[in-house]
Design a protein around this ligand. Structure first.
Ligand SMILES: [Zn+2]
Length: 85
């Protein structure tokens, strides 16, 4: 079984999210320039996040809140289709 790569939320600034999935084992991101998925880990050590996608003109954001401690983070998303107006 492959080793899961982990990225801490406070070390993840600037990543661009191209895809994500939420699993029992936590939240996995596919980030631009990364060959493999990474699991996003909070400063509290947990990996379960409330996820919200936010669309504005010309860009999409990926907004996270930790289920456990409430830490928040946000990333740019790309390759995401805007919902029809
Ligand atoms: Zn947390």
């Amino acid at each position: 079984m492959a080793t899961i790569r982990e990225v801490r939320i406070n070390a993840a600034q600037g990543i661009v999210v191209q895809g994500w999935r939420s699993t029992e084992d936590g939240l996995f991101l596919r980030a631009r320039g990364q060959p493999e998925e990474v699991r996003l880990v909070c400063v509290c050590g947990r990996s379960h996040w409330i996820v919200r996608e936010q669309f504005t003109v010309g860009s999409a954001s990926f907004i996270l809140t930790c289920h456990t401690c409430g830490t928040r983070g946000s990333f740019l998303m790309e390759g995401v289709t805007l919902p029809a107006p």
